[in-house]
Design a protein. Structure first.
Length: 185
């Protein structure tokens, strides 16, 4: 697991050595960031179910203004801190150590240009998670849902509509934008 591009390019990140965290593959991460690349510079980013922090760190490496990591697992939070320190990141981030519904309540006044949602592939209830996060997406923002390729995902949730899907190996990502901003495009 490594940082693909930007100021931390080539930096190897520490991988989880415990159950419950599935890092995004480098190949999927590279494909995703090639698609959304221009949106990252200066963006406010939310990395939900952050795991090792690799996706949020990739965003910081590519010029995101700041990243908020949501991770309930204390071992994963420690791993995020370790990876940030390994890359020399001392500011421009926050780590929220509660479950997603509680984190959304804490962040209810915040808005993000990019939200990465990477729940466990087996988790149920993607639509409620998408719906909770929809209110945190800037009108011109994007929510990226990583999921198992074989698993169907909602076409829409709350104010968000799926605008694109990418498939890489066993993984896939669905990109969601505001239905109102999508209508204008």
């Amino acid at each position: 697991m490594r940082v693909i591009a930007g100021r931390f390019k080539g930096r190897r990140l520490f991988s989880p050595r415990f159950a419950g965290v599935r890092p995004t593959s480098d190949r999927l991460k590279e494909t995703l960031f090639n698609v959304i690349g221009a949106r990252v510079e200066g963006a406010a980013v939310l990395d939900a179910f952050a795991g090792s922090g690799a996706v949020g760190i990739e965003a910081l490496s590519r010029g995101a203004a700041d990243v908020t990591f949501i991770e309930h697992n204390p071992r994963a939070r420690a791993l995020i801190r370790r990876n940030l320190a390994h890359c020399g990141v001392t500011s421009g981030y926050a780590i929220v150590g509660v479950a997603l519904p509680d984190a959304v309540r804490r962040l209810e006044r915040a808005r993000f240009d990019l939200i990465f949602l990477d729940p466990p592939y087996e988790s149920e209830g993607l639509e409620p998670a998408l719906g909770r996060l929809a209110g945190l997406v800037e009108p011109s923002g994007l929510l990226v849902l990583e999921h198992a390729r074989r698993r169907p995902v909602p076409e829409s949730a709350a104010t968000l509509v799926q605008v694109r899907r990418l498939r890489v190996g066993e993984g896939a990502v669905a990109l969601y934008a505001s239905g109102e901003s999508h209508d204008r495009e």
